[in-house]
Design a protein around this ligand. Structure first.
Ligand SMILES: [Zn+2]
Length: 137
């Protein structure tokens, strides 16, 4: 599948490096520990300058979603239709993501999700979200 890779930005290089290793890490404040996404140089809660990267649970709640049926980029022509999601991570930040290509789920706002990192090559992976496995009674 063709994929559109993000621009190489200095602040989010650790985000992509951890994903390439199969892990979801977020930028966090060195002083108060609050997670933030996208990463930034200053904490939006306490204004401290100083950050580190830490793993997050990968748990999230679906806040919104849409199905893209018309490609917004030439490289995505073979990818449509695909689902774009807005999720609220358990640690607080929101993230725009999607469900894994080719997978179908009965989505509804409020659905509990978990992160599934999909690798495209040794240096690039993307985080997707899938419904938390339901425990059978
Ligand atoms: Zn802070």
């Amino acid at each position: 599948m063709n994929i559109v890779r993000p621009a190489d930005e200095l602040l989010d290089q650790p985000f992509w490096r951890h994903l390439a290793a199969g892990q979801l890490h977020l930028n966090a404040c060195e002083a108060c520990g609050a997670f933030r996404h996208p990463p930034g140089p200053c904490c939006p809660k306490c204004r401290h300058i100083g950050e580190h990267w830490a793993p997050v649970s990968g748990r999230a709640t679906l806040q919104s979603y849409t199905t893209v049926r018309h490609p917004v980029h030439d490289r995505l022509t073979s990818a449509v239709p695909y689902v774009v999601t807005l999720v609220r991570l358990a640690e607080g930040p929101r993230m725009i993501s999607g469900i894994p290509p080719g997978e179908r789920y009965d989505l509804k706002v409020g659905l509990e999700l978990e992160c599934k990192v999909i690798s495209y090559d040794a240096r690039f992976a993307l985080p997707f979200f899938v419904p938390v496995a339901q425990v059978q009674p």
